[in-house]
Design a protein around this ligand. Structure first.
Ligand SMILES: O=C(O)CCC(=O)C(=O)O
Length: 288
């Protein structure tokens, strides 16, 4: 990893510093080690792994190489544990500051599930390659990638092209059931930009710009690789048409202590899980 983009969480003095903002703008991401405590990781892992809603709404997208990536996506955070995590200051407050400080709202959260030996790959893409199709005018969105299992090269950790967000939006074409960035351009970018494997411990967080090119391999190891991902849009970038993710909806941020205080492991009320047939960016295949 580029040293100027790697930070360590300090619970007593967490603030987005000018160095973090500069690294985010220049490199397209920052990685913060140890943002969740072990106790918090265990609580989130248990809630997500036991969640009936997340499993019920899971769907697969073929990766063009005989496997599927499995995801479950919900649009409004809700008030249970999986709705508290995106709204704590460490998550929502940090991405908001990194994106310049204007108000952000919850665009959606998801869990990507790569089980051992079966987990599929994500093709190279930019998140804005999808979201552009949702009538979102500007690339003013950001993603927070929060592993709940350790992510290594063996189990299909995230890979990024350092600085690729500065290429602007690239055309995306269908690959398997996924939208992938134009391969010729990606191949060239791989020659001129550092290609990084982002190995992360559960509880580390990667904050990245919506035009950063990223991918991840199939999981052929024995170890599960599940990741919680939350995506945010600026209020000022309200999509000009309604679609399968929300238009501006005020989001109340929560103190960091809320995660351990939350007693609702699961409550699906108001979460608006996305059905695969409603996804007009690209389609996939139903699991249930
Ligand atoms: O979980 C991963 O490896 C990548 C997920 C991703 O890129 C996405 O959902 O857009």
């Amino acid at each position: 990893m580029a040293e100027d983009s790697v930070f360590t969480y300090d619970p007593l003095a967490w603030t987005v510093t000018p160095a973090m903002k500069e690294a985010f703008d220049k490199n397209g991401y920052i990685l913060v080690r140890g943002m969740l405590t072990q106790k918090e990781v265990q609580k989130v892992r248990r809630a997500v792994s036991n969640s009936k809603g997340i499993m019920r709404y899971a769907f697969g997208r073929h990766d063009g190489n005989s496997r599927r990536v499995m995801q479950s996506i919900w649009n409004h955070p809700g008030h249970d544990l999986s709705g508290v995590l995106p709204r704590i200051q460490r998550v929502a407050g940090t991405i908001e500051q990194l994106m310049g400080g204007d108000e952000v709202y919850h665009y959606h959260s998801k869990v990507t599930m790569k089980d051992g030996k079966t987990g599929g790959a994500f093709v190279w893409h930019q998140d804005y390659g999808y979201w552009y199709n949702n009538s979102v005018m500007y690339p003013d969105l950001g993603t927070v990638f929060i592993p709940i299992d350790d992510c290594t090269r063996e189990n299909g950790c995230l890979q990024i092209l350092h600085g690729s967000h500065r290429m602007g939006r690239i055309d995306h074409i269908k690959t398997g059931d996924q939208l992938g960035a134009e391969p010729e351009r990606v191949e060239h970018a791989k020659k001129v930009l550092p290609h990084l494997y982002v190995e992360m411990k559960a509880g580390d967080m990667l904050f990245f710009h919506c035009n950063l090119l990223h991918t991840s391999d199939q999981n052929s190891s024995d170890l599960r690789r599940w990741v919680f991902i939350s995506c945010f849009n600026k209020r000022s970038n309200n999509p000009y048409k309604e679609h399968h993710h929300p238009c501006y909806t005020p989001m109340s941020k929560l103190p960091d202590s809320s995660l351990l205080e939350c007693s609702e492991e699961e409550n699906l009320e108001g979460k608006w899980f996305m059905l695969i047939e409603e996804d007009h960016s690209v389609n996939g295949t139903k699991v249930h």
